[in-house]
Design a protein around this ligand. Structure first.
Ligand code: HEC
Length: 267
């Protein structure tokens, strides 16, 4: 049927556009955002006229109501068996996680020492760990005490338990991000698409109060609001912190953190 043909055409156009833009921005390492790509696909699709636009909306609807829009595949440096992670991106991604995501999401499997020689030097990691306070003990009189963090400590959790996390997020639970990576199909592609994919709901779609429309999220209505906006963090290496750059970096960081042994295996 018509919609199938145009579907393929739109996919191809957007894949080519994505690839081209990815290549041309290789130096900064920035991805084009799905919003841009939707715009590109939309522009290309105007050749077919109004009906094609209608199709775009209906695909978003149909896919989103099932398992979410399929995220586009990006050429991540760590996807090929012989290449390794982009370490500068992991470092920037850690900064995004720390300054933005860690307000709500834990990352239970990662200790500060895991960053050593991956994204940070040993001295830097000691300093990062010391910024947190850790409860330790009991001491020799049986009391718990607070001490500065050490590289062997795991990343701190934003909430003491699930109830507190839900209470702080209008009933929704911000999942541990090392687990979500394995649990959701698409890995880094999915996280990138999700973070940059917030759009207004298509005409006729009602989103419940407190939820946000995101075609990449299964069901289309997500409790997490859009969090990344241009200039939200300031990168020390001078990379412009656009929303898509931050999304790329944090996706790379989370990809590494879901499998910190990855680099070891390739040595
Ligand atoms: C203000 C709190 C808050 C912040 C900040 C936040 N999130 Fe979330 N996030 C949530 C909540 C709540 C959910 C659960 C959404 C739901 O189930 O509807 C969630 C869900 C997710 C999911 C899971 C989606 C799925 O498929 O289930 C991912 C991935 C995610 N967030 C990534 C991030 C990343 C990466 C950042 C930082 C750039 C971030 N979040 C910042 C609150 C937050």
């Amino acid at each position: 049927m018509f919609s199938n043909i145009s579907k393929r055409a739109v996919r191809n156009v957007s894949r080519v556009a994505t690839q081209a833009r990815f290549n041309s921005t290789k130096v900064a390492g920035e991805f084009s955002s799905p919003l841009n790509r939707l715009a590109t696909a939309g522009a290309a699709a105007t050749i077919g006229g109004v009906t094609t636009y209608a199709y775009l909306n209906s695909t978003v609807m149909a896919d989103a109501s099932a398992e979410g829009l399929h995220p586009p595949a990006f050429p991540w440096s760590h996807n090929s068996p012989l290449s390794t992670f982009d370490h500068a991106s992991i470092r920037r991604g850690y900064q995004v996680y720390k300054e933005v995501c860690s307000t709500c999401h834990s990352l239970d499997r990662i200790a500060f020492r895991n960053l050593i020689d991956v994204s940070h030097t040993e001295d830097e990691v000691k300093a990062l760990a010391e910024e947190i306070e850790v409860e330790d003990g009991p001491n020799d009189v049986g009391e718990m005490f607070q001490r500065p963090g050490k590289p062997s400590d795991y990343f701190p959790r934003p909430y003491p338990n699930e109830e507190a996390a839900r209470a702080g997020n209008a009933g929704a639970y911000p999942p541990d991000l090392s687990l979500i990576f394995k649990g959701r199909h698409g890995g880094a592609d999915y996280i990138f698409a999700l973070l940059t994919g917030y759009v207004d709901p298509p005409a006729g779609v009602e989103i419940r109060e407190g939820l946000n429309f995101n075609p990449y999220f299964p069901g289309g209505a997500i409790a997490m609001a859009r969090v990344l906006y241009d200039g939200l963090v300031e990168y020390e290496d001078g990379t412009p912190a656009t929303a898509s750059q931050m999304a790329k970096d944090v996706s790379t960081f989370l990809s590494w953190s879901s499998e910190p042994e990855h680099e070891e295996r390739k040595k």
